[in-house]
Ligand binder design. Structure first.
Ligand code: NDP
Ligand code: 8X3
Length: 253
């Protein structure tokens, strides 16, 4: 029997790279996201290239009822989730606080914090029944430091940091590990989403240095799952070599 991983936000970027990495290592996958076509395409690609099964679940992570229905639809086999990667998330806008958009704030808070919480509760209960599990949060350098105009995104990632520490305490007695992977700049669809399709502005974020790729992050996500039961990687910060902290980049080096 293969191990099972559930990855939220597997239609793009870090989540998609994690799906490919874990499939290559023999995991069956539950992949989630809103873009159904992409989920189905990824299922086909992964099942063609690996001897694993892929179950796509299409829902908006902000929609608690849709998530509960999707998780209730899992049969006994798929309920034995070994690893949860809470990856789905986004930034919207990059404005000083007094110019921020209420709607963007709510979307970030609902996705990055509330979506992660809903999924964590549902999966933690399955893991408690299975008497083991590993929950991995994709945090950010923005969960460690603030940067200009980052405000609400920064706050959501600080919340992920706080939840990682808190959930680790709550779930330790149930044999469930909790880990945070906090990346610096990764070239994905993240900046296209943040700048709402303004691709020129998005490209500038990664200009003049080599950012991380989704694959770099998926390597460490897989790595933290490879330790024996007595070891947990609590927290791991992964940065592009050309990025020293949230704001300092060695561009055009
Ligand atoms: P992408 O935009 O490439 O991927 C984001 C993923 O999240 C997509 O699969 C998207 O799926 C999913 N998602 C977003 N909103 C929702 C929603 N409401 N419901 C369900 N799924 C949703 O960005 P990244 O891969 O870069 O981002 C992944 C995570 O990594 C995020 O949590 C981000 O904050 C974090 N991160 C990113 C960094 C970067 O520089 N790129 C650095 C540090 C952390 P779909 O649109 O199909 O719903
Ligand atoms: C995404 C990276 O630096 O834009 O979390 O916050 S950053």
């Amino acid at each position: 029997m293969n191990k099972i991983i559930l990855i939220t936000g597997a239609t793009s970027g870090i989540g998609k790279a994690c799906a490919e990495k874990f499939a290559a290592n023999g995991y069956d996958l539950i992949i989630t996201g809103r873009r159904e076509e992409r989920l189905n395409k990824l299922k086909k690609e992964i099942e063609n290239n690996n001897n694993v099964r892929v179950l796509p679940l299409c829902f908006d992570i902000r929609d608690k009822d849709a998530m509960i229905a999707a998780m209730d639809s899992l049969d006994d086999y798929w309920k034995k989730i070994d690893v949860l990667v809470n990856n789905a998330g986004l930034a919207l806008g990059l404005n000083p606080i007094h110019e921020g958009s209420f709607e963007d704030w709510e979307t970030m808070i609902d996705t990055n914090i509330k979506g992660l919480l809903y999924m964590s509760k549902l999966v933690a209960n399955l893991m408690i029944k299975n008497k083991k599990g590993h929950i991995i949060h994709i945090g950010s350098i923005a969960g460690r430091e603030a940067y200009p105009n980052g405000n609400v995104y920064v706050a959501t990632k600080h919340a992920v940091e706080g939840l990682t520490k808190s959930m680790r305490i709550d779930l330790m007695p149930y044999n469930i590990k909790v880990t945070q992977i906090a990346p610096g700049a990764v070239e994905t669809e993240f900046s296209d989403v943040r700048f709402k399709g303004n691709q020129e502005r998005a490209k500038l974020v990664y200009k003049g240095y080599q950012p991380l790729r989704g694959e770099d992050v998926s390597e460490v996500v897989y790595y933290v799952t490879t330790f024996p039961p007595h070891v947990n990687i609590n927290d791991l910060l992964i940065m592009p070599f050309a990025q020293a902290n949230a704001t300092m980049f060695n561009k055009n080096s």
